[in-house]
Ligand binder design. Structure first.
Ligand code: IMP
Length: 426
């Protein structure tokens, strides 16, 4: 048995997609377990760029089976568009290499409208991706309203659930143009197209485990956006931390061997919420330009900050990280000095504990350690000998602080721009 979880250790967008794609080479199965099409994984293969929102990155590898687990919320319009787009680019997608859980919940067109409606009535500007993620997870938990993928296979049941939703959400739907008739028509078509992919993925995962296949569990978003452990309410509506691998696929914790957290050499976040290490505007803009820090799903500019080791240690603890992949190191190539946040100062006292209260977090000032920049291009580095001493010092500093190995770094967007520093993880 050899499995690995690859998840975001920060606020999402850590280049998990690229790492997942690289590790997928050795995977028999790549399984997603939470989130929805709020995620956007960009994978660059030569002159082709693929942006995947729902389908696991293993789809770009022949012979890899991709699973969308019960913990994921699925927008069928996005999913079918993604399947069509991949097929148009010559990627094979069929019921053998894509399996969709019958227990996963559906994002319905009205969920986006409910989200807008809720935003209008709220003073908290979360800055969501407007994909209807929150209302879909709310309906799942509420139990009366949630519609699952499997319901499409019993269409009269689907119809009853739809009627319940149209009635109870009437206020939010006033302004929109969804009609019962158009929804039924659309989802009847979706059901026909999607049914070959619908699978009891719990049974499938256990088949795969029994056969000792290699599984890569692909996370979406990041630890600090986790509904329980993130900067609530500026979070997404799922657990993005390691526990969701079990609940989002129906497997036990002992199955998980390696948990690799992906972290940028700095921090970015989209949407609202406090961000102690946010850079001053000129540097923020510089890093955003070099790092091309614009959301893959929404194109929104990302806010940039120095690496926050207080937050990253918190992420290390919650997820039991066994390794960290440090990405986008090349973005620092021209800097003379690099700051790293090693503690927060709150009411005159230093702390290394990440607070649960946003009010406290807002008042925390970062305590920085300054490390020298390497002022050398890293993008062509492929082996440890290509890495300058000062870059190694930076990596070692982070690894020592967290007490977690950093066996792999990324120095550019391409699949090849990876340097393996330690023994391969699997
Ligand atoms: P939601 O997931 O659309 O409800 O958005 C909630 C928060 O999570 C917002 O701040 C989003 O910008 C953020 N978010 C959701 N998905 C991602 C992601 O894949 N990367 C980065 N941020 C995300």
């Amino acid at each position: 048995m050899s499995n690995i979880v690859i998840l975001g250790a920060q606020w999402g967008d850590e280049s998990k997609g690229k790492l997942t794609d690289v590790f997928a080479e050795n995977a028999d199965v790549v399984a997603r377990y939470q989130g929805g099409d709020n995620a956007g994984h960009t994978i660059v293969l030569g002159d082709k760029t693929f942006i995947l929102h729902l389908i696991p990155s293993g789809i770009l590898r022949p012979n890899t089976v991709n699973v969308i687990g019960n913990g994921v919320v699925i927008n069928l319009e996005t999913l079918l568009r993604e399947i069509d787009g991949l097929q148009a680019q010559g990627v094979e997608v069929n019921s053998d290499n894509l399996k969709i859980s019958d227990r996963a919940h559906l994002i319905m067109p009205y969920h986006k409208m409910v989200e807008q409606w809720e935003q209008m009535g709220s003073t908290t500007k979360i800055g969501t991706t407007s994909r209807g993620i929150g209302p879909t997870y709310s309906d799942k938990m509420n139990r009366h309203a949630g519609i699952r993928v499997g319901d499409l296979l019993e269409f009269d049941h689907f119809q009853k659930k739809l009627d319940y939703n149209l009635e109870t959400k009437a206020d939010a739907l006033q302004s929109g143009d969804v009609t019962r008739h158009s929804l039924l028509e659309t989802f009847y078509r979706y059901a026909e197209r999607i049914s070959p992919y619908i699978t009891d993925t719990v049974a499938y995962m256990h088949e795969v485990l029994a056969a000792d296949k290699r599984i890569l569990f692909e996370g979406a978003q990041g630890t600090m956006l986790d509904i329980d452990f993130g900067t609530y309410p500026y979070v997404t509506s799922s657990n993005c931390t390691v526990g969701a691998v079990c609940t989002g696929l129906g497997i036990g914790p002992k199955v998980i061997e390696n948990v690799m957290g992906v972290s940028k050499a700095y921090v970015t976040r989209v949407g609202g919420g406090p961000f102690p290490t946010e850079m001053p505007p000129d540097l923020d803009e510089h890093i955003r330009d070099i790092g091309k820090e614009y959301g893959a799903t929404t194109q929104r500019p990302r806010r940039c900050g120095w690496l926050d080791l207080v937050a990253l240690r918190y992420a290390t603890q919650i997820n039991g990280l066994t390794a960290i992949a440090l990405t986008k190191l090349d973005v620092f190539d021209t800097l003379t000095d690099i700051q790293v946040c090693v503690a927060y100062r709150y009411k005159g006292k230093e702390t290394t504990i990440f607070p649960s209260s946003l009010k406290v977090l807002e008042e925390c000032e970062p305590v920085y350690e300054t490390l020298p920049g390497w002022q050398q291009g890293l993008t062509k580095a492929r082996s440890p000998e290509d890495i300058p001493q000062r870059t190694r010092d930076y990596i070692k500093y982070v690894s020592d602080y967290l007490n977690v190995p950093i066996p792999i770094i990324s120095v550019g967007p391409d699949r090849e721009q990876i340097v393996q520093l330690g023994a391969p993880l699997w």
